[in-house]
Design a protein around this ligand. Structure first.
Ligand code: ZN
Length: 215
């Protein structure tokens, strides 16, 4: 049975190499697979690339920032701690995308949707999960100018120089004909979620939550 879920900090950290014990993380991943009764959850080694991988679930870790499957019972996961987790569903394939500032600008969203369409997917719906909001994502004035020149939907105001990742990503998805649902939860403002930027500011433990989707 198809489904989606987003974890919060109380589920624990699902990211490797960010200070948590690796065996604890792997055990947590395994326990989640068992609790949602699907065969396998595929994780990504995310590098802010535009690499999209079609998976049948046989590899539990792939080097990519987006994964697509048309196999039933294969969970696709995306790790985030402020970046935008995007889960896309259709009746025949699903996708998980890691999209932060770089992913928003490198074409990975369009590339993923095109792959789903090439597999015959129709009536695509995307769910954007917990991620940092425009008010909390202030960047340097130079970076702000560089990004909004090419991606105007990310603009807030020159005075605030905050980037609106959710708005630009929502625009890109809509442009591809995908219906968009945004949970509208800011990771930095809500301590129920891990936030990379909050951890940097306060020294609190780093962690990554995940979004998972399966057919
Ligand atoms: Zn916020």
């Amino acid at each position: 049975m198809a489904g989606i879920l987003f974890t919060s900090a109380s589920w624990g950290n699902f990211g490797l190499r960010i200070g948590d014990d690796e065996s604890d993380v792997l055990a947590r991943r395994k326990a989640l697979e068992e609790s949602i009764s699907i065969g396998n959850i595929v994780f990504m080694n995310q590098t802010h690339s535009n690499e999209v991988v079609l998976t049948d679930g046989r590899s539990s870790v792939v080097d990519a920032d987006a994964i697509v499957t048309s196999s039933k019972g294969v969970g696709l996961s995306v790790l985030v701690g402020d970046c935008v987790p995007i889960l896309i569903r259709s009746s025949t394939s699903v996708a998980a995308i890691h999209a932060g500032r770089i992913g928003m600008t490198n074409g990975i969203i369009g590339k993923t949707v095109e792959l789903m369409k090439s597999l015959g997917a129709q009536n695509l719906e995307a769910i954007m999960g917990p991620s940092i909001c425009a008010d909390c994502y202030e960047v340097s004035t130079q970076m702000y100018a560089d990004v909004v020149r090419d991606f105007p939907h990310a603009a807030t105001s020159v005075a605030r120089h905050g980037l609106d990742l959710q708005s630009e990503i929502g625009h890109q998805l809509s442009h591809e004909g995908v219906e968009v649902f945004n949970l509208g939860i800011c990771t930095l403002e809500y301590s129920e979620y891990f936030s990379h930027r909050r951890s940097q500011r306060t020294g609190s433990a780093e962690g990554r939550q995940i979004g998972v989707i399966w057919l």
